[in-house]
Write a protein that binds this ligand. Sequence first.
Ligand code: B12
Ligand code: SF4
Length: 443
Amino acid sequence: MSVDILFIYPPTGWSPKAMNIAENDAPPIGLLYVAAAARRGGLSVAVLDLNHPTLTASETVDAISRMAPRIIAFSVLTTASASVKRLVAPIKSAFPGLPLVAGGIHATVLPEDLLKAGIDFVVRGEGEERFYELARAIIDGKPVDKIPGVVFRDGSAVVAGPRNVAIRDLDALAYPARDLVPLGDYGQAGAICGSRGCPYSCSFCSSVLSQGHLYRTRATAKVVEEMDSMHAEFGTTRFQFFDDNFTADVERAAALSKALLSRSYVWACQTTVMELAGRLDVLDLMFEAGCREVYFGLETGSRRLMQQYKGLNPERALVVLTHAASRVSNGNGHPASRLQTVAGFILGHPEDDEQSIEETVQFALTLRSMGVDTMMSIMQPYPGSLLHRTPARYGVTIENTSFEDYLYPKANLSTRHLSRERIRDLYAGGLLRIMRTYETGVV
Ligand code: B12
Ligand code: SF4
């Protein structure tokens, strides 16, 4: 077997065996979009997800040798950048001259980090159009310096093509090439994207600089069509929307829900509270249409910070979250169950202090007593976020620059109010109090 392109999805910083697989149990949708576009252009493609099944470096080299690709292309999140760097040397020594390409969020925001490690070409931004052009140019021996988004080394110089602009018409894209991965092995096999980008600009989010504020949506009919095709091809009935913010356009969320009323699919999404605060009817509609899990990025439970970040107050947030958590259905075409409601919090915001963190933990405990699940993480300085780009502006110090440690339970920065160690201890203490509510059922 030989292929033009072998796409590789590397593991995050945790060793695959120690990794909480649920965190990483989704097919790499971004990479599968890029693979589908390359295939549509006539290139033969294969995908190796090093998490499914987990492969060591030498097993990866063996797999590459069996597939004999003309180009290797990695999808790189920051937490996976160390894995990619570790793979470069064995691949280069086994296959000298084989071009190595990288794309994805980390490659987009820090291309030189990967070029320095031996990657030959980086594609910044959305890869569907640009990767295909690059791959064709490499195969045909044509120049690559005019391709938007492409960055490469020329001797000691780093050459960058023009800026890669965001794709406007998401409906024109080929569906992600899900057939190239062992779809049945993923917990979140129903991953699907109905929109890209987000109109907000939270300081800790990499979407801001990597995808810009350009919020783009697909036609609802097209999204439903893709769900139907996944149902027909893979038997999918449970879907996970990977949109950054499912209700960023609340009317669109309502329209998509209406279109799903006639299907018996179950689905999950992530969103923010703001848009739904005055539109509980949309939440009801989503539930009626099969939404059975909703993750709210609340980020803080402190009155002061909630106001500052989201223009919200805890009472308003409570109305939305408790409304969601009290939705119960006895069937009606969709599975009889409740709406699992999850509130996500981050500890260690630049303005967090002992008191605001205590308020966040208290708020989480209040939510637990009302049937809402909570998820706590520690603030990370992800490249691509404003916090990483201008830490001094936010009064934070990045104490650890080892990217593989940028995982939600690890403390890697200090703020003007709290040391890194104190953030870690407050997180551990808060988490313990919340975990106890799951053990005992008593809040
Ligand atoms: C859904 C999601 C998840 C899901 C699924 C992840 C998955 N396997 O795909 C779950 C919940 C499992 C998850 C887990 C984690 N996530 Co997450 N997640 C997202 C989210 C909301 C959407 C990702 C997505 O599917 N986007 C849609 C697709 C179409 O876009 P895309 O993936 O960026 O791909 C495009 C381009 O990047 C590029 N591209 C991608 N790959 C390639 C490859 C090549 C060769 C080329 C040329 C181009 C290219 O082209 C694609 C198509 O246009 C993003 C936010 C965001 N906007 O990116 C965060 C995000 C990616 N996650 C993030 C993080 C940190 C994590 C975790 C490490 C959290 C943790 N546990 O500590 C884990 C890592 C797990 C892993 N390795 O998969 C960060 C990454 C930050 C960074 N700088 O790397 C983000 C950006 C959110 C944030 N905090 O800012 N995540
Ligand atoms: S954290 Fe959520 S709401 Fe904030 S910019 Fe990122 S995707 Fe948008």
